[in-house]
Design a protein around this ligand. Structure first.
Ligand code: GTP
Ligand code: MG
Length: 360
């Protein structure tokens, strides 16, 4: 999974990036020239507990790739514009985190002169919609010409979908709200559309604003977030400082500031929810490992996540739910008490399942 951090200049993108990836960017490298990339380990208490039980040689967390995406320019008219570099970076992102600035600072001026959450979110959304409209308009033109020439059935089927998207964008709505089917999403996949991507709005607050987080989130909910959009608060500057401490020390300070959950944890939880993801585990003497799959995936899909060969040569899965395993303590005990099962390829994997894949 790949997630891109986007947002207006000076909103706190690089601060958030450094906090959740526990990296440290050189201040000169923080300028908006280069996109930074890092892999984060998805924290999972269940994996830690399983590792304690199995005592394997290796523990492997699920991972997410995070990008600090550069390339938003302010045009002469004051409008924002996406550069081709920006578009090429976000096109592969599964979801976007939009950082919206709520902290006030005279040292770091807001590009529009003042802090205004709704204005910033709307202006970003408008840019997404305009960018998508241009792409869809061009595609409709191309497809119409091609259909006239070739009478191609596939292209003929694409046209109503493009027109449906055009209509929605014309109404100034993002494509996230279009309720597209998986097949329709597949067709649109290669077009670098932006307003179609699931979006996590991350409000960047100062430590003095900890008590105001509910107020801002309520204000956003009232505005009615579009489908496939979620919102959360984080405390950029203070959390970046705390990310340099050990987890235990950081927790003490977070309690003192009244910060309930770290940016890393809340972002991962919301992103999993937004993208409909869940985890399963493979555990043994060699390795305990967490994997990420879509909710509703089958045992065969899970096998494919581990290795394509396992998908093709899938025979069956041995499985036990996380809670059942913890109360049993070992695979043998789980077998004895009947919670350990053999399942076929159609079995729908549940969050936290421990799986052993048998393959040819
Ligand atoms: N007071 C305060 N300052 C912050 C906070 N978050 C970020 N900053 C400061 O704001 C400035 C910009 O933060 P960055 O994280 O570089 O913002 P950015 O969105 O990556 O900026 P560009 O890449 O230049 O668009 C830095 O000087 C940060 O230290 C915050 O929560 N409170
Ligand atoms: Mg930056």
């Amino acid at each position: 999974m790949q997630i891109g951090i986007v947002g207006l200049p000076q909103s706190g993108k690089s601060t958030l990036f450094q906090t959740i990836t526990k990296t440290h960017l050189d201040p000169s490298a923080m300028s908006r020239v280069e996109t930074h990339q890092a892999i984060i380990k998805v924290p999972d208490e269940r994996l830690d507990i399983l590792t304690g039980i199995f005592n394997p040689k290796k523990k492997t967390n699920a991972t997410i790739e995070v990008l600090d995406v550069v390339g938003l320019q302010k045009g002469d008219s004051g409008s924002t514009q996406f550069t081709s570099n920006f578009l090429s970076k976000v096109k592969n992102n599964d979801a976007l985190i939009q950082v919206v600035r709520l902290f006030k600072s005279d040292i770091v001026p807001h590009p529009d002169g003042s802090v205004n959450m709704i204005r910033d979110i709307d202006s970003f959304e408008t840019e997404f919609i305009i960018s998508d409209l241009t792409i869809i308009e061009k595609r409709i033109e191309t497809v119409k010409k091609q259909v006239q020439k070739t009478n191609d059935d596939k292209l003929k089927r694409e046209l109503p979908l493009l027109e449906k998207c055009y209509q929605i964008l014309q109404e100034e709505k993002p494509l996230r709200d279009a309720h597209l089917s998986n097949d329709e999403m597949k067709i649109l996949n290669s077009f670098q559309l932006l307003s179609i991507k699931p979006m996590l709005i991350a409000l960047n607050l100062d430590e003095s604003q900890v008590n105001e987080s509910t107020k801002y989130l309520d204000e956003l909910t009232k505005k009615k977030l579009s489908t496939h959009t979620k919102a959360l608060c984080f405390f950029g500057k203070i959390e970046q400082e705390l990310s340099e401490l050990s987890n235990k020390e950081a927790q003490v300070f977070m309690n003192e500031y009244g910060i309930k959950e770290s940016a890393l944890n809340s972002i991962i939880r919301e992103a999993y929810d937004l993208l409909g993801l869940q985890s399963f585990f493979t555990c043994g003497e060699q390795e305990c490992r967490a994997w990420t799959i879509k909710k509703g995936s089958t045992a065969q899909d899970a096998a494919g996540e581990i290795h394509t060969d396992f998908y093709n040569k899938f025979i069956r899965a041995e499985t036990v739910g996380y809670d059942d395993f913890i109360s049993a303590g070992t695979f043998a005990k789980a077998k004895e008490n009947g919670t350990w099962r053999l399942e076929g390829k159609e079995y729908v994997v549940k969050d936290g399942d421990l799986l052993i894949i048998r393959h040819g």
